[in-house]
Design a protein around this ligand. Structure first.
Ligand code: FES
Length: 93
């Protein structure tokens, strides 16, 4: 899969590993959870409660709420939280 990150973003950044629903995902220090998951080809972060449809990052700036996930039992916007090594992220049902 092609690297979808902005050219040069990786330069000088440490690689970290996050866990999404238990699956290890490579990420780069300083990027958002949503960006890291997107770059890894993971688009579905939650399920729409009304029709069961897939939902994932849309605005990437904290407005749409489509990217919400759970971290330590807290609901957070994946586009507004940066990655850290070993961070455990759970998709929303
Ligand atoms: S992508 Fe819209 S709030 Fe995160």
């Amino acid at each position: 899969m092609a690297d979808l990150r902005i050219a040069g973003f990786a330069q000088g950044r440490a690689k970290v590993t996050i866990l999404f629903d238990g699956r290890p995902v490579d990420a780069l220090e300083g990027e958002s959870i949503a960006a890291a998951l997107w770059a890894a080809g993971i688009r579905r972060l939650r399920t729409a409660p009304n029709n069961g449809g897939a939902r994932g990052p849309f605005c990437m700036m904290g407005l749409c709420q489509e990217c919400v996930v759970e971290i330590d039992g807290q609901v957070v916007e994946a586009c507004r939280r940066t990655v850290s090594d070993g961070l455990k992220i759970v998709s929303r049902p």
